[in-house]
Design a protein around this ligand. Sequence first.
Ligand code: ADP
Length: 159
Amino acid sequence: MRKAIFPGSFDPFTLGHLDVVTSALRIFDEVIIAIGYNSAKKGFFNLENRIRIIEASVAPLRAAGHQIRICQYNGLTIDLCEREGVYTLIRGLRTTADFEQETIIAQANKKLNPDVETVFIPASQRSSFLSSTVVRDVLLHHGDTSIFVAPGINLEDYR
Ligand code: ADP
């Protein structure tokens, strides 16, 4: 069974993240969405709500029979790989800036553990502009975030 870990802050999980997971499930039998959460750096949504948003976002994929697991971790992603016994990481790419930053992270991870491979998935056309930061800003200013997240999600329910 081919498994991969999709690590991120997911603060919150957006339509862009969902598109990455959907694409990854064409390649992998199971995708583990791993929330890098450090309780000292709280972020915007708490851990429980980040998980609830992801659960609701991926519910249709699960209903279609896809294997998706959600977990939380602190510390290095390569240590999570060791714990899970899964050495493939998925990261999404929107821009050349993402490419540069993600390549550096992928190379650092490989230096730390040569078994770890990173697979880049390009952003979908509909969400290539989208980041959790944009969604948080729109939410803070009472804008409509429904177009930026998975269908049926109302972020106000998770604050
Ligand atoms: P991190 O803090 O680890 O960057 P994020 O939750 O912001 O966590 O992003 C997790 C991953 O999802 C990163 O690889 C990021 O580049 C990717 N990503 C974020 N938004 C999008 C999007 N709209 N389309 C494709 N990939 C995305």
